[in-house]
Design a protein around this ligand. Structure first.
Ligand code: HT7
Ligand code: ZN
Length: 855
């Protein structure tokens, strides 16, 4: 496979200011005729050919300026058409078979409807085109099809015409006035109904909003609509961004490779991020819908109005849009809990990526298959990098920077460098050295020690593939010092570490102060703090930054678990002994000043994925056992308090208010602790919660606990759930995921059986992820001593690769951690990767991930 390099960027030789597309739609056969107005790009090197990318398509006819063109050639998948003058009209016909398109890229069929996915390189599966984000065109789209099969015909922009045709057919035409790259093109044809509403923008324009779904799903769309309207208002108020078309359509699709897609004026969503009602969606699902609706909507400015010059700049739109959706959710749900949730995801997913064979900078330098770079690094670390700029500039100055960025680059395909320059100028910040966050991969490790009011910091950025030597990063850290006697802090300040070592003097430091550092998780780093015994317990009880308080308790737990698991260098210390931990958790349970949302965060033990990150070579089984052991011990030690918490929370009636949501969160946590301590006693309690549930959060929580228990209640609850939600794909996904992610000793057998279940389909990414991603994340199943867990995932990759390579390639990363896993795990994981690598005809997606993982 060819490696594409960032350094090789050259501007497109030809531009396409206008394109008209004609679709004659059918699930079995669709004909596409495109008309491209092409003009020479004065800023590029002259060439006599235009290169039009294609993928699994053939040109049925090629016209140039209205006449059949003989002088076209194929170069691999690409069509080259010669052009003599400065401009031309090129018309190409292609034929597609949407119902055999299992890759779900380009035009495909899902549940009887037709839809598209073009980011990153799907448009070239529809027609030949310079399929790169720096070619911007205005689109006119005419669709024709059977009026009964496809009563609704949607595309980007505004509808400009529609009518009947002979033979029960009809047509519609859409025009999008905003020039856009091909990856933002979309089309939907199907038998859909809409929840409709409107939004009045800050300048007084009325926007028609519609959420399109299958008729049976209409009753589950209100939350998505509410989320959309909140997002539109928030983006006006917080970033000054107004919507720019007369309509905004969202369509929910059951077969989708990712979460959603921000196509201009026609967002296409995985049903998972649209449909929600109390009976079938958990509180987490509600948040997911709100967050993803916001994310896609925010792309209208950060991604669509200002797009990316090339795919190396992906974090320009994704990192920025993740930051925007995180800030939105903080405003909607409360800052502290949302921040903790976001950091937990970063540490459990991005930190392992950054310390493994797939590590890359937020702006990668090369790729073979761009789909492999839609990563937690580009998205979540990308957002953290921008958040650091915001912390250094302050909210107001950061806004000046983003205003300048939007003004300066509106209508352009921009680079990360353009963004940094706009923040530098608009926010008046020097970001020269800060740019290293775009260049260097790896999670910096910072050591901190406080002595006599002087804070000494050192940093080290670990070597990553292709980057053996690193330069010091700019690392902002919010710091406070606490008086050990009064429990009070002398205020917070921001220190910026920009050298390998530096010291900061705190003139007002109390004698024998306790250090609170990286408050609010100012920087995406790992920290090593020299502490006196008792400091963490002090901070867990007294820190006035909720994140720092949470962090102190997590640190205590991590120290204990590493020591329990016999991790190298870990020792039990006085502060982290079991009794102290029991007291700290007891205090969390008793603290009336904590609301249940925050209590729920504090009660969550660190995930094994993050525990593995604490050591060079991890024993995942020992860490998992230590974690479960602590859970069981706490469940027994604090049994009465967990029972009281479960009873109190169970009495709170269902609503979507914060208080009721908090109660549901701690209710299932209490159940999980009790079950870990005494399965026999907890099983009837869990079954009672399951039976009494009037909402999915309680029902799923109870089933999650039961699924892990070898008790009779398990079978009955699983059967009840399956029958109750038969035909509801999203709920049945949960049924698969709960079993695959369970603590049950026979989980591997369960997964094998589930793969043969009548409801399992390899062609549906949600279903595949619900079974196999849940399993790959289940440390006790995936890392089974037999190696059977690794084999199962490798088998899946080989089976799925010819069907949906993009989704198959996503399963390589869990096996790719082999170097960091203790023996015999490391060898067994590597052997499975080698087995995949030896297979014939691997896709570019899977080949790239496997070879990087072995390399
Ligand atoms: N920008 C969207 C990315 C996306 C995507 C990428 C590759 C293959 C399929 C895909 N579906 C959506 C999603 C987002 O970040 O908003
Ligand atoms: Zn995005």
């Amino acid at each position: 496979p060819v490696t594409i390099r960032r350094a090789d960027y050259t501007p497109p030789a030809w531009l396409v200011p206008e394109i008209a597309l004609h679709f004659d739609l059918g699930a079995g056969a669709t004909t596409v005729r495109s008309e491209l107005k092409v003009v020479r790009n004065p800023e590029a090197e002259r060439t006599g050919n235009i290169r039009l990318n294609g993928d699994e398509i053939e040109p049925k006819s090629v016209l140039r300026n209205g006449a059949p063109c003989e002088s076209w050639t194929m170069d691999g998948n690409d069509l080259l058409v010669s052009i003599d003058g400065e401009e031309a009209l090129i018309s190409i016909t292609t034929e597609l078979a949407p119902d055999t398109n299992s890759k779900l890229m380009g035009l495909y069929a899902s549940n009887g409807m037709l839809c598209t996915q073009c980011e990153a390189e799907g448009f070239r599966r529809i027609t030949f085109f310079p399929d790169r984000p720096d070619v911007l065109s205005t689109y006119t789209v005419r669709m024709e099809g059977d009026a009964t099969t496809f009563p609704v015909l949607l595309s980007n922009g505004n509808k400009t015409g529609e009518g009947e045709l002979e033979g029960g057919r009809h047509w519609a035409e859409w025009h999008d006035p905003w020039p856009k790259p091909s990856y933002l093109f979309a089309l939907v044809a199907g038998d859909l109904v809409a929840l409709e509403d409107s939004f009045t923008t800050m300048s007084g324009r009325t926007i028609d909003l519609a959420i399109w779904v299958r008729e049976a799903d209409l009753g589950r769309t209100q939350h998505a609509m509410d989320s959309l309207k909140k997002s539109m208002k928030w983006d006006e108020e917080t970033f000054g961004r107004e919507y720019d078309l007369d309509v905004f359509n969202i369509v929910a699709v059951g077969d989708f490779n990712m979460g959603a897609m921000e196509n201009k004026g026609l967002n296409i969503f995985n049903t998972k991020y649209v449909l929600a009602d109390p009976e079938t969606a958990t509180d987490g699902d509600y948040d997911g819908v709100e967050g993803v609706i916001a994310h896609e909507y925010f792309h209208n400015w950060s991604g669509n109005r200002v797009t990316c010059r090339d795919w190396f700049q992906l974090s320009l739109k994704e990192g920025f849009t993740v930051l925007r959706d995180q800030l939105f959710s903080q405003d909607m749900q409360g800052e502290a809990v949302k921040r903790i949730e976001d950091v937990r995801v970063l540490r459990a997913v991005q930190f392992p990526e950054d310390s493994g064979p797939l590590a890359h900078p937020i702006r990668p330098d090369s790729y073979q298959e761009i789909s492999n770079f839609y990563t937690s690094t580009v998205y979540n670390k990308g957002a953290e990098v921008l958040r650091m700029m915001r912390s250094m500039a302050g909210e107001e100055r950061f806004r000046k920077g983003t205003d300048l960025y939007f003004d300066r680059h509106d209508g352009e395909a921009a680079t990360c460098e353009d963004f940094v320059r706009a923040i530098e100028e608009g926010a008046d910040l020097d970001l020269k050295q800060f740019r290293r966050w775009y260049e260097q991969a790896g999670t910096p490790r910072v050591s901190a020690a406080l002595k006599d009011g002087e804070l000494r910091l050192t940093q080290e950025v670990p070597a990553t593939p292709g980057q053996p030597d690193k330069q010091p990063m700019v690392i902002p850290l919010r710091v406070a010092l606490f008086d050990r006697d009064t429990g009070k802090s002398s205020g917070e300040r921001l220190v910026v570490l920009d050298r390998a070592e530096a010291s900061f003097k705190f003139e007002d430091a109390p004698a024998d102060a306790v250090l609170s550092i990286n408050r609010g998780f100012t920087s995406p780093i790992s920290l090593d703090v020299e502490r006196a015994a008792g400091d963490l317990l002090f901070l867990a009880a007294n820190d006035d930054d909720p994140f720092a308080r949470y962090e102190a308790l997590q640190e205590l737990v991590i120290e204990h678990l590493l020591a329990e698991a016999g991790a190298e260098g870990a020792v039990h210390n006085d502060a982290a002994d079991l009794a102290a931990l029991g007291e700290a958790f007891g205090a969390i349970l008793d603290d009336d000043a904590l609301d249940d949302q925050m209590r729920g965060e504090m009660l969550l033990l660190p995930p094994v994925a993050y525990l593995c990150e604490q050591v060079l070579v991890a024993d995942p089984v020992a860490l998992h056992k230590a974690r479960e052991g602590l859970k069981a011990w706490l469940g027994g030690e604090l049994r009465e308090r967990f029972e009281a918490l479960h009873a109190r929370a169970s009495a709170v009636p269902y609503s979507l208010e914060r208080k009721a949501r908090g109660a549901r969160k701690v209710k299932t946590q209490a159940l999980a602790y009790l079950a870990a301590a005494d399965a026999a006693a907890a099983a009837p309690r869990a079954k009672a919660q399951f039976d009494a549930a009037d909402n999915m959060t309680d029902r799923q929580g109870a089933l999650m606990v039961l699924a892990g228990l070898d008790r009779p209640e398990r079978k009955a609850a699983l059967a009840d759930f399956h029958e109750r939600f038969a035909g509801n794909d999203l709920a049945i996904d949960k049924w698969f995921a709960l079993q695959a992610g369970s603590l049950h000793p026979d989980v591997i057998e369960h997964v094998k059986d589930l793969a043969g279940h009548a409801d399992f389909r390899l062609t549906n990414p949600n279903r595949v992820r619900s079974l196999y991603m849940a399993f790959a994340a289940n440390k006790h199943g995936f890392h089974a001593e037999s190696g059977e867990g690794y084999r199962l995932v490798a088998d899946l990759i080989l089976q799925l690769d010819p069907i949906n390579p993009q989704t198959a390639a996503r399963f390589v990363a869990p096996l790719g951690r082999w170097r960091r896993m203790a023996e015999p795990h490391g060898t067994m994981m590597r052997e499975q990767l080698e087995r995949i690598a030896a297979a014939d005809g691997l896709s570019r997606d899977t080949y790239e991930q496997v070879s990087r993982s072995l390399g």
